[in-house]
Design a protein around this ligand. Sequence first.
Ligand code: UD1
Ligand code: MG
Length: 448
Amino acid sequence: MQKERACLAIILAAGDGVRMRSAKPKVLHGIAGRAMLEHTLAAAAEAGAEAYALIVAPGGQELVSVARKIVPPIEPFVQTRRLGTAHAALAARAAIERGYDDVLILFADTPLVRSETLRNLRGPLERGAAVVALGFEPADPTGYGRLIEQDGRLAAIREHKDASEAERGISLCNAGLMALDGRRALSLLDSISDVNAQGEFYLTDAVAAARARGWECSLSLAREDEVSGVNDRVQLAAAEAIMQGRLRESAMRGGVTMVDPASVFLSWDTRFGRDVVIEPHVVFGPGVSVADGAVIHAFSHLAGAQVGAGASVGPFARLRPGAHLAEKAKIGNFVEIKAAEIGAGAAISHLSYVGDATVGARANLGAGTITCNYDGFDKRRTEIGEGAFVGSNSSLVAPVRIGEGAYVGSGSVITRDVEPDALALARGRQVEKPGWAKAFRADRRSKK
Ligand code: UD1
Ligand code: MG
């Protein structure tokens, strides 16, 4: 039903973020593998927004480029002077004027908010409310705006710095995010003044402004762990921990076994089939999918990789972007795979580097097999046929092809293609001199 209501999301991101002490804009710092700004935009999109206005400070082009990756039609607006949250929202005047049913105002530095919460925030607009505030009860309310109720209805929001002692005793606080009725939003925002303790145009004053006109204001509730903002790196780490907790829980509820969930780090987009087992101390960078029944052993690091059903990875394995393991492939300890297709049932069990390669089904690469894929200028491919057997400590100098079912003798440096079912040996021939060592020792001793 809400889908039919046109919704404009205004994302405030003109803050300076000095407490991050960073050369990078605050909202581009990452949580679970993507920027805070991206999380906020994705939640807005899932909550049914159809248009987006991004409020940035002068020079905020980088934010706009990142935002476009998530919601391409986003419209940037520059807030030249930082005069408060209502002033920031008004920077999007041209977008609001186009006329939407709902206007959702979000903070880019509040990345943990869930789309359900945003949907709930929009809900009362449909029933006639002019303003919907998001309330929560923080452990420590210091610094937050307080929600003032009269006769059981939301009457005003008082900023901490403007609040009386009695008002500061209120535990119900303003999370900051707000939903406004699209037809009344501009007149409300335009009526807000900057006569207050901070000399700022407070978005929060939209509540009292609406009530003064007899318009309904409503309250929606959120948990503290959804609305905590990120201002410094300590809060960034706290937000990361909350996000990791959610991702782990959803993986486990989806049928993943985690022996020690607290030591497994996931990305926002990590995907799992059923009956995947993840041992302790595993890190998933962005872009990983793990199919049914696969096992990721301890101390492995995966990014941009696909792990097929029943495959086994690690312990101590590294799968880099473009590593695609077919079903029941086995990648063992101290093995690194990059941009390589590893066929069904193929085994690379120990101490190998396989990059820019195709490894056929059931091939076996012995300990220490290295694909020499880079000459300092170009990357070249290695192709290993089905059922091939590469002996330990072999170097495969790309471009090179090992035919199906071929053998490569241990310690070989293979520079030319090997035919299917052949044996290739490319190493020094063994020479043996009987009794040489004994004679040598006798000679040296006689000279001492
Ligand atoms: C705001 C709320 C407060 C609430 C708190 C929750 C107001 C007036 N107060 O206060 O009731 O309890 O959030 O965290 O809204 N921004 C701009 N341009 C500006 C000012 C702010 O883009 O001119 C952006 C900031 O980058 C930030 C967001 O708006 O993302 C909120 O601003 P901030 O200064 O953090 O507001 P608070 O004082 O925390
Ligand atoms: Mg704040």
